[in-house]
Design a protein. Structure first.
Length: 129
């Protein structure tokens, strides 16, 4: 009876810790993706809006978003063809040799590779080796 009572006392803090940790691990890629896309949107909008103002005489809402969508699509095209894959390997090698940048780039790349590998794996049970 005491073991069951002790197990219940420890289960709530453990449950809260595990759920909180799962929430943080879920939020990190979402927040990182938001900030990267926001940065790209603001940068592209800042580059394109002056050109749009010259052509149309005023700024147009949504040009940065359209440019971001096109840029992401083009990156996907490059990454999925043979020439693009070899170009990405060359780029990865260069980034991995650049001081300071290599730590950030390598860690991010490993995370993305891990997520890619997990996409096809169903989360049904934990396997013990």
């Amino acid at each position: 009876m005491e073991k069951t009572n002790q197990k219940r006392k420890g289960s709530l803090p453990r449950h809260l810790r595990n759920v909180f940790l799962a929430g943080i691990l879920t939020a990190i890629p979402l927040v990182a993706t938001y900030f990267v896309l926001r940065f790209l949107f603001v940068a592209l909008d800042g580059i394109i809006q002056p050109i749009i103002k010259i052509i149309f005489g005023r700024s147009l809402l949504g040009v940065g978003l359209v440019a971001l969508i096109i840029l992401v699509y083009l990156l996907g095209l490059i990454a999925t063809n043979v020439l693009g894959k070899s170009l990405m390997r060359w780029f990865d090698a260069g980034m991995s040799r650049t001081p300071v940048v290599k730590y950030i780039y390598t860690a991010t790349r490993q995370f993305v590779d891990c997520v890619r590998q997990l996409q096809g794996v169903p989360f049904k049970k934990v396997s013990v080796p």
